[in-house]
Design a protein around this ligand. Structure first.
Ligand code: ADP
Ligand code: MG
Length: 402
C-alpha cells in the first residue's frame, strides 16, 4: 500500500527547511546480507518499505510502502558539498543580514549525523561506496558554513561604509550530557545554567566561554580540542556513539558608531547541532550507566519531539514545554521562530534499521508543519534592548547560583 498523504513540502518558505539524507550501506552491512529498505525518488521523496521477512527480495515478500516528501532528499550518492549547497549554504546571506540560524542533524546512531555536520576526518576503509560515487568529501556542514561566513564577513568588512564599522566572530562549543550543560572549550565549565531574557526572548548559557576566531581553520582547531572533551562511547550501534548533544554556536558581530558616536552592535547567532542518537533503548543492549545516558538522551529527544508536535499543531507556542529538557530550553528561541531552522534527518537504509528509520521519517514529516516567522531585530531596538538584556541575564544567573 502506498500512502501519498505525506506529499506536502514544509510550510515555511525560506525560513525553514526539512531535509532527509540516506547514507550508503557499509561493506559490513552488505556482507551480512542487509538490504536497503529506503529509496530516494528524485530530489524530494523518500520511500520506505517494510519487508515481511528479513532479507526479502521478491515482490511478494514486501510489505507496505510509505512515501514522504521533504524540501530536500539526498540519496547515498549525493556528495557532502551538494548536501551543504542545498541546505545550510542557502541561509548564509540571512546570517550576514542579521538573522539567527539553527541547523540540526537528527537520526539514530550510525545514520550519518556526524558525517553530515562535521564530515569524516578519514576515508572509512569499510565504506561500501567511495570515490566513484563522490562520497570522499571530508568537509561537512560545519567547516563549509564557517568558510562561507568568514568569506562573507571579509567582503562586508572590505565594503564597510558605516563609521568605525567592524565585523568579528567568536564561537562557543558545548554539550548537553545527562541533562547537564558542559563547556567543551573550557572543561571546568560543568552544569552551566540556561538563561532566558523574558523581554528579548533570547536564550544564552551562563559562564559559557566564547573564543574569538579569525579563520575557519582556527575554529576547526577549537572544535578538535572540544571534541576530545566530548562524551562518546561504543554502543552496539556505533563504535564511537555520541552520548551527548553537541552545540556549536557561532556569534557574528557587526559594530559601528551611530550619529551620536555611540557604539551599536548587531549580532547573528548560528547554532550547528549534532544530536545524540535517537534509537530505541531496547536495540542497543545498553546497561547501567549507558542505560541512564540513553534515558536522558531519549528524554531530551522526546521533549524536542513534543515541542515540534505542539508547534506543528499550530495552536499556540505556550503548549510547547521547553523546560522539559536542557536541550529544548537551549533551543527555545530557535524553535519559537526567532531563528531560521534547518533540520537534516539522517537514515541508515538497512532493513534491520526499519523501525528507527521510519520513526526518523515520521519525526521529520511532522516538523514540516512547524510555523516559523523569524525577524531581524531592528538595529536601533536591539541597541536599546542590549543593556537591559545583559542586566536580566546577570540577575537570573545570580538567582540560579544561590
Ligand atoms: P552518527 O553520527 O549518526 O552516529 P556517523 O556520522 O558517525 O553516524 O556515520 C556512521 C558511519 O557511516 C561512519 O563510518 C561514516 O563515515 C559513514 N557515513 C555516514 N554517512 C555517510 C555518507 N553519506 N557517505 C558515506 N559514508 C557515510
Ligand atoms: Mg555521531
Amino acid at each position: 500500500m502506498v500512502l501519498r498523504g505525506n506529499r506536502t513540502a514544509s510550510i515555511n518558505g525560506d525560513n525553514m527547511l526539512v531535509a532527509v539524507r540516506m547514507r550508503p550501506l557499509s561493506m559490513k552491512e552488505l556482507q551480512s546480507g542487509q538490504r536497503s529498505c529506503c529509496e530516494v525518488m528524485g530530489d524530494k521523496i523518500v520511500a520506505i518499505t517494510k519487508a515481511k521477512k528479513p532479507g526479502a527480495v521478491l515482490k511478494s515478500e514486501m510489505g507496505s510502502v510509505n512515501e514522504y516528501q521533504f524540501d530536500e532528499a539526498f540519496d547515498a550518492n549525493v556528495p557532502q558539498y551538494e548536501v551543504y549547497q542545498r541546505t545550510a549554504k542557502r541561509l548564509i546571506p540571512s546570517v550576514l543580514e542579521g538573522f539567527n540560524v539553527t541547523v540540526f542533524a537528527y537520526g539514530a546512531t550510525g545514520a550519518g549525523k556526524t558525517h553530515t555536520m562535521m564530515g569524516s576526518e578519514r576515508m572509512d576503509a569499510e565504506r561500501a561506496t567511495g570515490a566513484e560515487n563522490g562520497n570522499t568529501g571530508v568537509c561537512g556542514i560545519i567547516p563549509l558554513t564557517l568558510m562561507d561566513i568568514f568569506a562573507g564577513m571579509k567582503q562586508k568588512q572590505a565594503e564597510a561604509t558605516l563609521p568605525e564599522e567592524k565585523w568579528s566572530l567568536s564561537v562557543s562549543y558545548l554539550e548537553v550530557y545527562n541533562e547537564k550543560i558542559r563547556d567543551l572549550l573550557e572543561p571546568s565549565g560543568i552544569n552551566l545554567p540556561v538563561q532566558e531574557d523574558p523581554k528579548a526572548g533570547i536564550v544564552g548559557v551562563g559562564g559559557l566561554a566564547a573564543k574569538s576566531a579569525e579563520s575557519s581553520e582556527q575554529v576547526m582547531e577549537l572544535l578538535r580540542f572540544g571534541n576530545t572533551n566530548r562524551r562518546t562511547h561504543a554502543t552496539d550501534a556505533n563504535a564511537t556513539s555520541s552520548r551527548s548533544h553537541a552545540v556549536l554556536q557561532i556569534i557574528m558581530k557587526q559594530r559601528w558608531n551611530n550619529s551620536k558616536g555611540r557604539e551599536v552592535t548587531r549580532e547573528s547567532r548560528v547554532n550547528l547541532i549534532d544530536l545524540a542518537g535517537s534509537e530505541r533503548a531496547g536495540k542497543t543492549n545498553n546497561r547501567g550507566k549507558r542505560l541512564q545516558e540513553g534515558a536522558n538522551i531519549n528524554r531530551s529527544l522526546l521533549a524536542l519531539a513534543n515541542c515540534i508536535n505542539a508547534l506543528a499543531q499550530g495552536n499556540t507556542r505556550k503548549n510547547a514545554k521547553y523546560r522539559d529538557s536542557k536541550l529544548t530550553h537551549l533551543l527555545k528561541s530557535s524553535l519559537e521562530g526567532q531563528c531560521k531552522l534547518i533540520i537534516i534527518a539522517n537514515i541508515n537504509p538497512s532493513d534491520d534499521m526499519f523501525e528507527d528509520s521510519h520513526n526518523t521519517l515520521k519525526y521529520a514529516n511532522r516538523a514540516k508543519c512547524m510555523k516559523i516567522d523569524p525577524k531581524v531585530v531592528r538595529l536601533r531596538e536591539r541597541d536599546m534592548a542590549w543593556p537591559e538584556r545583559e542586566k536580566n541575564m546577570k540577575r537570573q544567573s545570580n538567582e540560579q547560583s544561590k
